[in-house]
Design a protein around this ligand. Structure first.
Ligand code: NDP
Length: 333
């Protein structure tokens, strides 16, 4: 079995020297095991993250071990009846040509006539599910809304554009990094408009592509395009932050929050609000806070500046942080 292993953690862009290829003599099949010849092995952006020794939603790759990840293949030897020779299987054993392991680590997938097994690694697999979940459970796409997808010509992106349409999106726009991809989006994938983010002025291009603004942003890229989407959002817009690939290989902190990918890996939701939209909570808040104060459960600080003539000064001091607790101007007589 030929396997690819990580031997050094890349800094910035990975290089060949970060990996090694090994040939392993497989032991005779043990009870409970199957041997699979892979047909397709997946390479995914999230793998870059696993090459770092950092907290994420999946554990870092172990140096000197074969890179784990999605793959599909066919059973060539089996000690388990339910996973017979010839069966098509999906698994996570990753970057190798032949893999041998416990049968339970392989999932037998039904074969669909005329459909390549490889689809299990994208449209019919996690990739498609990612697109669907992002649009429905996370972004709550509603019929008629305008959707913007970054990384639109990639695996997830092409699923997003089409699923959005099927779910009734009114307008679907996407971005990609070459003129060919941009053409494909409108000509093959049914996008209403698309642009090349490498042409610059991403905000301007997005405004042209979505003149009525956007309601849902499915973000695969982060960085500048996330900024542009934040510009283009209509009120009440939702972003399904799926990935931030523009940052994955930067060895330097990127402008803005360098850890926006935590939104993905920690399943965070960042939702803006203005208190004017939540005034209905005032009565219950008032009664609770009054009770807490009365029973000594709340403490506070005030920093007081005397004299109305010192108000601007107090304001600026507050912006510089001179206050603890509430900055107040005491007017006096
Ligand atoms: P893609 O098929 O989209 O491949 C990656 C693409 O990213 C490239 O084709 C390239 O397209 C684009 N890209 C690379 N660098 C940049 C950059 N600096 N700025 C803009 N685009 C760039 O990969 P996937 O569909 O597998 O994944 C897409 C995104 O979804 C990734 O961010 C990934 O991490 C994320 N993901 C998240 C999941 C989740 O559960 N949250 C699950 C699966 C994927 P181009 O030519 O257009 O630049």
């Amino acid at each position: 079995s030929t396997q690819i292993q990580l031997v050094r953690r890349p800094i910035g862009w990975p290089t060949a020297a970060d990996f090694r290829t090994v040939t392993v003599e497989l032991a005779p099949l043990a009870a409970g095991e199957v041997r699979v010849r892979n047909e397709f092995v997946s390479v995914d952006p999230y793998m870059r993250g696993r090459m770092n020794d950092a907290r994420s939603y999946v554990a870092p790759y172990v140096l000197g071990e074969t890179i784990q990840g999605g793959a599909v293949g066919r059973v060539i030897e089996s000690a388990v009846e339910s996973v017979p020779v010839g069966a098509a299987v999906l698994h996570q054993h990753g970057w190798s040509d032949v893999v041998q392991a416990e049968a339970a680590t392989f999932r037998v997938v039904p074969e669909i006539p005329g459909v390549s097994l490889s689809l299990r690694l994208h449209m019919l697999g996690m990739t498609g599910l990612t697109a669907y979940a992002g649009l429905t459970a996370i972004a709550g796409l509603k019929p008629g809304e305008t959707v913007f997808v970054s990384g639109a010509a990639g695996a997830v992106g092409t699923a997003v554009g089409q699923i959005a349409r099927l779910l009734g999106a009114g307008r679907v726009v996407g971005s990609a990094g070459t003129a060919e991809k941009v053409a494909l989006l409108t000509e093959k994938y049914g996008f209403d408009a698309a642009f090349n983010y490498r042409d610059g002025d991403v905000s301007g291009q997005l405004a042209t592509a979505a003149p009525g603004g956007i309601d849902v942003f499915f973000d695969n890229v982060g960085g500048e395009q996330l900024g542009a989407a934040l510009d283009a959002f209509n009120d009440g817009g939702r972003a399904a932050l799926c990935g931030a690939i523009s940052t994955y290989n930067s060895s330097e902190p990127v402008p803005g929050p360098s850890n926006l990918s935590n939104i993905v890996t920690r399943g965070l939701k960042l939702e803006g609000f203005t208190i004017g939209n939540y005034l209905g909570l005032a009565p219950e808040f008032q009664s609770l806070m009054t009770e807490w104060m009365g029973s000594g459960k709340i403490t506070f600080d005030e920093t007081i500046v005397d004299g109305i003539e010192h108000t601007v000064e107090a304001f600026l001091e507050m912006l510089r942080g001179a206050n603890t607790g509430k900055m107040l101007v005491r007017v006096g007589e």
